[in-house]
Every structure is written in structure tokens, then in C-alpha cells.
Write a protein that binds this ligand. Sequence first.
Ligand code: AMP
Length: 369
Amino acid sequence: MIKLNDLYFKPFISETEIDAAVQEMVDSIADDFQDDIPVFIGILNGSFMFVSDFVKKYPKPCEVTFIKLASYEGIKSSEDIQRLIGLTQDLTGRKVVILEDIIDSGNTLEEVHRIFENENVDELKIATLFYKPEAYKKDFKLHYVGIEIPNKFIVGYGLDYNGLGRDLPEIYQLKTTQYMTNLVLFGPPGAGKGTQAELLKDKYNLVHISTGDVFRFNIKNETALGMLAKSFMDKGELVPDQVTIDMLNAEVEKNSDAKGFIFDGFPRTHAQAEALDKLMDSKDSQINAMIALEVDDEVLVGRLLERGKTSGRKDDADESIIRNRITEYYKKTAILKEYYAAQDKYFGVDGVGSISEITERLNKVIDNL
Ligand code: AMP
């Protein structure tokens, strides 16, 4: 991911893909023009890199020139096209190929056709490396198209966002969701995840989702989901993955404008971790860190029995159920440490001490992300 001015962009089309598309365009144009010497006209500024790569690959003699038109303001294609440098040579009787970096609304192309209205060229062909069919509103024929792309703003390979990005050798796409901080708060039952999550969500302006809390809310309201989850929860077992994943997806969707999430009690299995990555990816985002509260088993049992005296939670009242929850954690959940460590996203934090001491340790990790 990269940041240009105030916006974030994600990798979209690689150098290799661009190179292959340029080569294909060269081949088909060279094939059509045979021994004629075409005049390639690049539309500045955006097309400079494409034109350069294109003519280097072109296998036969050709001429190259540029005209300069300005159309973009920020990330919007404007109707008002300015002609900054026009044609500087007589093209009467010549075969002309316009080399455009991108065609979206077609406004620039309309201006190009206006420029050529009174030039008595033999042929005028349009070639564009990138084309946004959903945005195109004109009827001009596009003779050669490199890569069709969705109607999203791109930068790189000659294209800019407010001046930046033209120098990038690959294409990046504007992230639809701008920067989010997404944390997985991890640790065995009783580690203090819920308590800390409540404090962190206020400090960092994040949405806290506790899967255990959502299940308990559903049980209290006697929903179908609650009834299903209850039988597993009462025994200290995990609720089946698909049920949990669907529920989590729905919770995230409910908060579509969140600046980020604290996931508490999720993921608990490998399948859930993969589902979470997929969900974050669909939001153009990612999990930034898994922060684990590390606490010894005997301390956990003591804490949970103490909590059971007032929480009303069945799974906190019985020592054997508590131990089963801890066993489930080590059997199914602790492996996720490796999943996130492999991505350099695992941070262990000592979970023994006062609430404020632990919060401070967590803040330190988050502030360093
Ligand atoms: P918690 O409040 O996080 O301790 O969760 C209480 C119980 O809810 C767990 O013992 C499970 O039965 C169920 N649960 C919560 N989160 C999940 C999850 N991610 N996957 C499966 N079961 C879960």
C-alpha cells in the first residue's frame, strides 16, 4: 500500500502485466501498419511512460510527437479540457495513431478529434493502454485497447494524483476504504481482553466486537443464533466456525464507516483467521496486529471463578467448564499465534498487573504499529 498526498492506494497492475499489454498492442499495430511509417502521438502528461515503452518495442521505423492536454483535477475527470500544446507539424496524408495512457469519460478523446477535424490525415487510429468501459460516454471508436479496468481511480505508470505517482513503474488503485486500524486482541479466557478492549476502543476510536458478547446478547434475546450457540457455550466448547464467521461478517457490515475494529474472541480457529483476512481484504484493509495478553492458567482459573460470582455466566461458574475453555484455547486457538507471527503481526503482552499497567503496555504496542 502507498500514500500519495492524503490518499492511500493499493497495488493493482504489475510491471509485468503492463509490459505484456504494451507488447500486445505493439504487435497488433505493427501488424496493421506493415511498411507504412506511422506517426505516434502521445497525449501528455500521462502517456509519456507508455509512449516511451511502446516506441522502444515498435519493430519498424516510426515517428513520435506529443500534444499536451489537461483534464484531471484531483481524482475527477473534468469536462473542461485545456489545450496546452497543440500539433506542431503538418500531418497531411499521414497515418496517425494516438497513444493514450487511459480513456475514461472520453472527454480528452473528444478534444483530440476536434484537433484533427481539419488535419487531412490519411488515417486516425486511437490506442489506449487502459480503458474504463463503465465510465466511457462517447461514441468514438477505440481501435486498440490494452487493459480494461473498473471505474476506479488509478495512479502510476505516468498517471498522477495531484502531481504525485507518475514515476511509479506499476499501477495502483485508490483504496475504497481509507486507512483503518484493525486489532485482534488475543489470549485465553479470563486474560482481560474485554476489559482492555473497552479502554482501547475509546482511546483509538475503534469499534469493539466481542463474539462472546454477541452470542450472549442473542441468547438473552432468544434468537435462533442464540439457541444454536448456547449448547456449545454452556459446555465451554467453540461454536461451529461457519455460524461464528457469518455472525462476525454481519457485525462488521453493521459498522461500515468504522475507523477500525478490535476483535475480541475472534478469530479462535485457523478457518476463522482466514475468513477474517478475506473480510478485511474485501474492505481494502487488513489486520494490523494480533496483541496477546499472556497470563498463567492458574491465575486465569482464579480470575474466572471470581468473575463467576457476579457475572451470571454459566461458563464462569464451574471450574471444570473453565478448564475446558482453557483447554479449547490451547488446542484450537493458540496455534493462531503462529499464523500472525508468520506475518510479523504477533505481539505478546504481559497480562498480569493492574488494569492501567496492562493498558499502558497495550498502548505502547499500538502506538508503535
Ligand atoms: P468469550 O466471551 O470470548 O469467553 O466466549 C464465550 C464462549 O462463546 C466461548 O467459550 C465459545 O463457546 C463462544 N465463542 C465466542 N467466540 C467464539 C469464536 N470466535 N468461535 C467459536 N466460539 C466462540
